[in-house]
Ligand binder design. Structure first.
Ligand SMILES: [Zn+2]
Length: 188
């Protein structure tokens, strides 16, 4: 089954999301991200994944999934505090990328956050080809640091930047994944 991922905008922390069982209240996206049909998504089920929290705990959360009646893909709605395929939560990644090394969360996940930065640097040429100058002019010799600053200036924070990258440009900071691409309609 074809699977697509969307970011669900929310200001909840991972702890609040889990405590409130908020996954049960995640609304279906208005339009299917694949075929763009309105009101075609129906609740399907959940899947689970891990996410870091402000404490030493790693939480197990449920992510809402929908199913498109029209093109038959499934769509999962990843809460904005989570990055695709990364365990460290979005605000901690952002703080780490900003060099806030006094934050306990950043120190705790230092090695992973460094690895994420390396992935971001490696993905940068492809990323810039996909976004062009949507977040600001692309310099002759672009750097990850420079693009990171532009991204935050334009979007405000990493959660909103990720939303734009995925929904508009079908990529994210760490790679271009199949689950962010549109597919052909399923026949039959
Ligand atoms: Zn669809």
């Amino acid at each position: 089954m074809i699977y697509m991922q969307r970011i669900y905008p929310t200001s909840l922390t991972p702890e609040q999301y889990a405590e409130q069982e908020h996954h049960r209240q995640v609304p279906a996206p208005e339009n299917c991200p694949n075929c763009n049909r309105a009101h075609s998504l129906e609740a399907l089920c959940y899947y689970h994944r891990y996410i870091s929290t402000a404490t030493a705990l790693v939480l197990w959360i449920w992510v809402r999934r929908f199913w498109c009646r029209h093109c038959r893909i499934t769509v999962s709605c990843l809460p904005a505090f989570a990055q695709p395929y990364r365990v460290v939560n979005t605000p901690a990644v952002e703080a780490g990328f900003n060099g806030e090394t006094t934050r306990a969360e950043v120190r705790r996940w230092e090695l992973l956050i460094e690895e994420y930065w390396c992935r971001f640097e490696a993905h940068l040429p492809v990323l810039l080809r996909q976004v062009g100058n949507a977040f600001g002019p692309v310099p002759l010799q672009p750097t990850a640091r420079g693009f990171w600053r532009q991204l935050l200036e334009r979007c405000g924070d990493l959660a909103q930047a990720t939303c734009q990258l995925i929904h508009q440009f079908h990529t994210c900071l760490f790679g271009t994944y199949r689950c962010h691409q549109r597919r052909q309609l399923q026949s039959g």
